[in-house]
Ligand binder design. Structure first.
Ligand code: BEZ
Length: 234
């Protein structure tokens, strides 16, 4: 039998692949409908499963926090619309988890029974499952460019604090022209881009506003207030 061919996976720095889809909040035209906003497009393996339920409740409870960072959420699984609706109703009516209850999922959940979108975005990983999408996360900027991709397997629930941290870090890097070091959080020092010439390398190490561990590794202060004022302003 001929092996199924998969599309090449989209990559960081590329335009988010376009698609039209039916969702629990009506039809969407992606990414055009989201122009001007950051978007987290994420897949989950299946409706009515426990890890996914814990993830949806956590994401929904953080939706306002993401909205304040100009970030919209869009979910997807290869289930159908009526399954999605029934699952979201069950979550709201019956599920209580870690202090969360009556949780209404207001962001769109895409039905993708044909797997067209999941395949376009490289969310199907046959080594893990032929019938369920893995837990993929695509962070897409207001111009429709993919800026971060994160994958988790079926059994591992995502860390939503990390997704929020990444969205804030991406926007901080864009707004201030810096990079963020390991485990960065707003208020921590940020990284100044490396010097490109011998002259600028010398200037760097002599700059009193920078803390240079060496010529190629300089940090500077960036207050939490400055970051939040820029990133949460929109
Ligand atoms: C879950 O969300 O609980 C789950 C989904 C697919 C496989 C394993 C776990």
């Amino acid at each position: 039998m001929e092996e199924k061919q998969f599309n090449p996976m989209p990559r960081i720095g590329e335009k988010a692949p376009e698609f039209k889809a039916i969702t629990t909040q009506g039809d969407i035209n992606f990414p055009q409908d989201y122009k001007g906003s950051w978007v987290i497009l994420f897949s989950h393996p299946a409706d009515f499963t426990p890890v996914c339920t814990s993830e949806f409740m956590t994401f929904a409870s953080m939706e306002k926090q993401f909205a304040e960072a100009n970030t919209k959420l869009v979910g997807l699984s290869v289930d159908g619309l009526y399954s999605h609706i029934a699952w979201l109703r069950t979550i709201k009516e019956k599920i209580e988890y870690r202090g969360m209850k009556n949780v209404e999922i207001k962001f769109p959940l895409i039905e993708d029974i044909t797997m067209e979108v999941a395949e376009k975005y490289g969310m199907m990983m046959p080594g893990e499952s032929n019938t369920k999408a893995v837990r993929a996360v695509f962070m897409i900027d207001p111009k429709g460019i993919i800026r971060t991709i994160i994958y988790y397997p079926l059994s591992l629930g995502r860390n939503f604090d990390e997704l929020y941290r990444a969205i804030i870090a991406l926007q901080t890097a864009d707004e201030f022209g810096i990079a963020t070091p390991a485990d960065w959080r707003p208020g921590d020092d940020v990284i100044v881009s490396p010097a490109g010439t011998c002259g600028s390398a010398q200037e760097r190490v002599e700059d009193k506003n920078l803390d240079c561990k060496d010529w190629f590794f300089c940090t500077k202060k960036l207050s939490k207030e400055e970051v939040l004022k820029k990133v949460l302003k929109k």
